[in-house]
Ligand binder design. Structure first.
Ligand code: C2E
Ligand code: CA
Ligand code: CA
Ligand code: CA
Length: 279
């Protein structure tokens, strides 16, 4: 969470542990980073739990900072958000991901679903749907191949505008996932919108199964909601066989986590997906 204070913005964990002056420096560097093309994208596989088959990948951003080395999203995305730079970064990422998908298609890679993350302000911008349409068109991709992950808190203001936008994405054929499900404070009204087809169960709940009774109850309830509303549940942050077995037994179809794979650079994803290399 973030609290506004006179004279600046103060961040609390888990945003960043760096001090205010470091954040100022990073903010200044962020403006340069776009021009210098310092961002990289890694992709984390999402697997069908029953078979272990990779059915999708999620694009996750990294920043190769010239002096600080590789920075993780938690170290710069909150800063980019507070400086109003996240939309530019997200739209650039969207274009790069579409170009990557086009390259994969041309190389004969199996056509998996690819998910991108959109911050609340990115999704909230009036030009968002058009940006998505353009990026897909530029890369000549079928919209159904793209999934947009929006956090539950970005739905907070589910008003006519948000609903209209979700409908527009749906009409375009792009999928929408509710990210970090269970961590926001919004109503569940958006779950019944036709545009919302995926629900990602936050890692904080997955971590506790099968041992923590409360987490078990919550995950069971989430899977029940997903099932009865016809949503596909994706469990995040699966790290152990015990978590995998529990989720599979409860009817969760798909999951992501270090148990299967960490986020990987495109070349390694290609190696994983290329059917010829499996034999
Ligand atoms: P997220 O969308 O919930 O992504 C999942 C995060 O959990 C990723 O961290 C991933 O590396 C990590 N993860 C996956 N499996 C496991 C696991 O088994 N155990 C543990 N401990 N962690 C796991 P990452 O890459 O550091 O990204 C953090 C967050 O930054 C993302 O959370 C997302 O909210 C945001 N983010 C990443 N890329 C973008 C982007 O391009 N745009 C925007 N707006 N946000 C992004
Ligand atoms: Ca995500
Ligand atoms: Ca998530
Ligand atoms: Ca998360």
């Amino acid at each position: 969470a973030k609290t506004e204070e006179r004279g600046g913005v103060r961040f609390y964990s888990p945003l960043m542990h760096a001090d205010a002056s470091t954040r100022l420096l990073i903010g200044a560097d962020l403006r340069l980073a776009l021009g210098r093309d310092e961002f990289e994208i890694v992709y984390q596989p999402s697997v069908e739990l029953r078979s272990g088959r990779i059915v999708a990948v999620e694009a996750l951003l990294r920043w190769r900072h010239p002096e600080r080395g590789m920075l993780m999203p938690d170290e710069f995305i909150p800063i980019a958000e507070s400086l109003g730079l996240i939309r530019l970064i997200d739209e650039r990422t969207l274009q790069a991901v579409c170009a990557q998908m086009q390259a994969w298609d041309r190389n004969g890679m199996p056509a998996v679903r690819v998910a991108i993350n959109a911050s609340a302000s990115t999704f909230g911008h009036r030009g968002f749907v058009e940006a998505v349409r353009c990026a897909l068109q530029m890369a000549a991709l079928p919209p159904s191949r793209l999934l947009i992950e929006i956090t539950e808190s970005a739905m907070l203001s589910l008003g006519e505008e948000t609903e209209r936008k979700l409908h527009a994405l749906h009409a375009l054929g792009v999928g929408v996932a509710i990210d970090d499900f269970g961590t926001g404070y919004s109503s569940l009204a958006y779950l019944k919108l036709p545009a919302v087809a995926f629900l990602k169960i936050d890692r904080s709940f997955v971590t506790g199964v099968p041992d923590e009774a409360n987490d078990v109850v919550i995950v069971e309830a989430m899977l029940a909601i997903a099932k009865s509303l016809g949503l596909r549940a994706i469990a995040e942050g699966i790290e152990t066989e015990a978590q995998h077995d529990f989720l599979l037994r409860l009817g969760c179809v798909e999951g992501q986590g270090f148990l299967y794979s960490r986020p990987l650079p495109p070349a390694e994803i290609e190696r994983l997906l290329r059917p010829s290399r499996k034999h």
